[in-house]
Design a protein around this ligand. Structure first.
Ligand code: PLP
Length: 370
C-alpha cells in the first residue's frame, strides 16, 4: 500500500488551500482554441517593462551562466538612494511575497496571532496558516481596513499586523496620516507590515494623501514596508520585490533568505527601473484613463463597483459571478473571481490598454445581454 503522505504532513500544511493565480493566457487559448485573449486578471502593467529595463536585461543575458550577486548590492544601492535608507534596511525578495513570508517565519511561533483585514490580500492568511500562526481577520468597513477595530484586536499574542494600502482586491485605501496615527498608539513589540505593492498608482491618484511610509522607519523600529517590481514597473514575470525595515528586522529576514533568491536578470532590470520616472508616469497616466473609462462604463451599465486607487476595479456582477466569469472567458477575456476573498458576487478586472478595456466592456455587455 502507498504511503499516505498527506496524513504525515505538517498539521498546518494539511489545512492549506493553494494560492489561486489568474488564469494564464496560453491556458485559455489551449482550452478554447481562441486566438485573441486579453488577460486582465493579475494587475500587471500592460505597457510591460521600460526600455531601460529591457536593455539592462539584454546586457545581462550573456552573464546568466554566473550566479547572481547574492547580496544584490547594485540594486540595493539604488533603492537606498531612492528611499533615503541604509543598505542594511533592505531585504530583497523573489517578488515582494517573499519578504512577507520571511517576516512571518521570523516572528510567528505556533499559536501567535497575526492580524489582517477581511477581504485583504490572500497571501496574509495563507502564509500565516503555513507557519502555524493564528490569523485574525478583522471585519472590513466599507470593504476597507477598519484600523480602529484592528487596534482593538491586538492582544498579548499579537506579533504581526498586515495593512495593504491600497488593498487588493478591493482597491480601498487609508490616508497615510491615519496609518501613522495607528502606528503611534501601537505597542512597540507588534510589527506592522505596510504592503505598498500599488504605491506608484496610489500616489499618483492621491498625491496629498498617500505617502511613502518608509519615511517613518527612523521613528518606528517595528515598521516594515514592502514594494514590488511586479506592478507599475511591469516586471511581474521576473519576480522581484523588497522590504524596508529596521536593520534588526532585516537581519532576521536575511537569515531566512534562500541563497540567490533574486536572479541576475531581475536584479539588472529592477536596478534600471527604479529611477525610470517617465515609464512610471506613462503607466500611471494610462491607469488613470483606464480607471475613468471603466468607472464610467460601469455607471452607464448600472453596475456597482468599489472605488479603487490601484490598477484594478472590483465590481458587482449583475448575474451569477462564476457564470459571468465563464461567459467572459468564452469571449477571450480573463478577469479574476474573488469568491475566495469573501466577495462571491463580485469580479476583479485589471486596467489594461485602452483597446483591452474596451474589449472587456464589450464582452461584458454581450455577456449580460445574451
Ligand atoms: C501583487 C501584490 C503583491 C506583490 O506580489 P509580488 O510577489 O511582488 O509579485 C503584494 N501585495 C499585494 C497586495 C499585491 O496585490
Amino acid at each position: 500500500m502507498a504511503l499516505d503522505f498527506r496524513a504525515k504532513a505538517v498539521a498546518a500544511v494539511q489545512r492549506l488551500t493553494p494560492y489561486l493565480p489568474g488564469k494564464p493566457i496560453e491556458e485559455l487559448q489551449r482550452e478554447l482554441g481562441l486566438e485573441r485573449v486579453v488577460k486582465l486578471a493579475s494587475n500587471e502593467n500592460p505597457l510591460g517593462p521600460s526600455p531601460s529595463a529591457k536593455t539592462a536585461m539584454a546586457a545581462q543575458l550573456e552573464e546568466c551562466w554566473l550566479y547572481p550577486d547574492g547580496s544584490g548590492y547594485r540594486l540595493k544601492q539604488r533603492l537606498a538612494a531612492h528611499h533615503g535608507v541604509q543598505l542594511a534596511q533592505i531585504t530583497l525578495g523573489n517578488g515582494s511575497s517573499e519578504p512577507l513570508e520571511f517576516i512571518l517565519r521570523a516572528l510567528v511561533n505556533q499559536g501567535d496571532e497575526v492580524i489582517y483585514s477581511q477581504h485583504a490580500f490572500a497571501l496574509y492568511p495563507l502564509l500565516t496558516l503555513a507557519v502555524g500562526g493564528r490569523g485574525i481577520a478583522v471585519p472590513a468597513r466599507e470593504y476597507g481596513h477598519d484600523l480602529a477595530a484592528m487596534a482593538d484586536s491586538v492582544g498579548p499574542k499579537t506579533r504581526l499586523i498586515f495593512i495593504a494600502n491600497p488593498n487588493n482586491p478591493t482597491g480601498t485605501w487609508l490616508p497615510s496620516r491615519t496609518i501613522y496615527a495607528f502606528m503611534k498608539q501601537l505597542p512597540e513589540e507588534v510589527v506592522v507590515v505596510i504592503d505598498e505593492a500599488y504605491f506608484e498608482y496610489a500616489h499618483s491618484l492621491r498625491p496629498q494623501e498617500i505617502a511613502d511610509s518608509s519615511q517613518w522607519l527612523g521613528e518606528f523600529p517595528n515598521l516594515m514596508v514592502t514594494r514590488t517590481f511586479s506592478k507599475a514597473h511591469g516586471l511581474a514575470g521576473l519576480r522581484c520585490g523588497y522590504s524596508l525595515s529596521s536593520p534588526e528586522l532585516a537581519d532576521l529576514m536575511n537569515r531566512l533568505r534562500p541563497p540567490f533568491n533574486v536572479n541576475s536578470l531581475a536584479l539588472a532590470a529592477a536596478a534600471a527601473s527604479i529611477e525610470n520616472v517617465s515609464h512610471i508616469e506613462r503607466a500611471v497616466r494610462l491607469n488613470q484613463q483606464g480607471l475613468d473609462y471603466l468607472s464610467e462604463s460601469f455607471n452607464a451599465m448600472g453596475i456597482d463597483f468599489i472605488d479603487s486607487i490601484g490598477n484594478f476595479i472590483t465590481f458587482r456582477a449583475p448575474i451569477d459571478a462564476a457564470k459571468l466569469y465563464q461567459k467572459l472567458l468564452q469571449q477571450g477575456v480573463i478577469v479574476r473571481p474573488v469568491a475566495n476573498y469573501e466577495l462571491p458576487d463580485s469580479l476583479r478586472v485589471s486596467v489594461g490598454l485602452e483597446e483591452e478595456n474596451q474589449l472587456f466592456i464589450e464582452a461584458l455587455r454581450q455577456s449580460l445581454s445574451a
